[in-house]
Design a protein around this ligand. Structure first.
Ligand SMILES: [Zn+2]
Ligand SMILES: [Zn+2]
Length: 333
């Protein structure tokens, strides 16, 4: 557990995704921001019991967005603690199994290891209808249960993604609007090497919005940052790193959603640009076909050998008899 700022604690799950325990102004009361991958609930409950007191529960769970690494344990925790889960209304179709997120783009320029593995991710959707509620959106000034904090809509990576900001000490929980480690390199992520960078490139369905979201957050000049992925960054490195990313935003040279974004609204995905040609996937497919052919050939050879072994002893045992009957010549041939 790492401290981001006063009353804000970061828990890293499986070395790559973060969630946050945020204390409210009422002593002993707190809110959970994000829930990690499915199956993380035991670790989260144990960490909360240790941080606060055994049997503690949050006032609510706030999801920055609905991707599986942020909402995966939401149901288990909501049922365990009997607390509401709040998410921006634009995330609700994906959390209520009414829509699936735009498919990941494994061809995105600079997508790195994450783009490679994104080929194997299926579009996501969750059924949290009975536990999830809409974050009140009348104003961007207030976060329920967290006086002094405000939420900011930062779409582009997920349509209803929100970041949380506390003006008093300029603490920013940036979600996946950006990352504090190189999100495209698994080693950098696992080693938690600090680097303010683009988050989740293969999942960014609207790059212009991603850039605008980074600019919006950079304008806050945060002094402490905790994101969905990467270590805590504090001090001047926080604002400076984010300002650099905003000013020199690495717009990908190519990718499915670079020239034309996916269009989403309150009903989910309304339009997708055509799927790009994925040369690597073709190669993987060819490799799979090649491997399949090899495995098939090996099986045929194995079966043939088995067949021979079954035949051979029988004929050998028959050999003396055949020898006697003068049929051995045919057998030897
Ligand atoms: Zn995400
Ligand atoms: Zn994430």
């Amino acid at each position: 557990m790492k401290q981001v700022a006063a009353g804000v604690h970061q828990l890293t799950i499986q070395r790559f995704v973060n969630l946050y325990f945020v204390e409210t102004t009422t002593p002993g009361a707190w809110v959970l921001v994000d829930t990690g991958l499915p199956g993380s609930e035991k670790d989260i409950i144990a960490a909360a019991d240790k941080l606060f007191y055994p049997g503690t529960h949050p006032e609510a769970i706030i999801l920055t967005h609905g991707h599986i690494d942020h909402s995966g344990s939401a149901r288990a925790l909501a049922e365990h603690w009997k607390v509401p889960v709040l998410a921006h209304p634009l995330e609700l179709p994906f959390l209520r199994a009414e829509a699936v997120y735009p498919p990941a783009d494994p061809t995105v320029d600079g997508g790195g290891t994450l783009a490679f593995v994104a080929r194997f991710f299926l579009p996501q959707s969750f059924q949290l209808s009975d536990v999830v509620q809409a974050l009140p959106t009348e104003s961007e000034e207030e976060v329920p249960y967290l006086p002094g904090w405000r939420w900011l809509h930062v779409p582009g990576h997920a349509p209803g993604q929100v970041a949380l900001f506390r003006d008093e000490d300029r603490t920013l929980l940036g979600a996946d609007a950006f990352a504090t480690a190189n999100h495209e390199s698994v080693p950098s992520l696992l080693l938690q090497i600090p680097q303010i960078s683009v988050a989740g490139a293969p999942f960014n369905y609207n790059w212009e919005q991603v850039r605008e979201s980074v600019q919006k957050l950079a304008a806050l000049q945060p002094l402490a940052i905790g994101c969905g992925h990467g270590p805590v960054i504090t001090g001047s490195a926080a604002a400076e790193g984010l300002a650099r990313l905003a000013a020199d935003f690495p717009m990908p040279a190519h990718g499915r959603y670079v020239q034309e974004p996916a269009r989403l609204d309150a009903g989910g995905v309304q339009h997708l640009p055509p799927a790009p040609h994925d040369a690597l996937r073709d190669k993987l497919r060819l490799t799979a076909v090649g491997l399949g052919a090899l495995v098939g050939a090996a099986l045929v050879v194995q079966r043939y050998k088995k067949h021979q072994q079954n035949e051979y002893p029988l004929k050998q045992s028959e050999a003396p008899k055949r020898k006697r009957t003068g049929e051995v010549k045919r057998f030897v041939l």
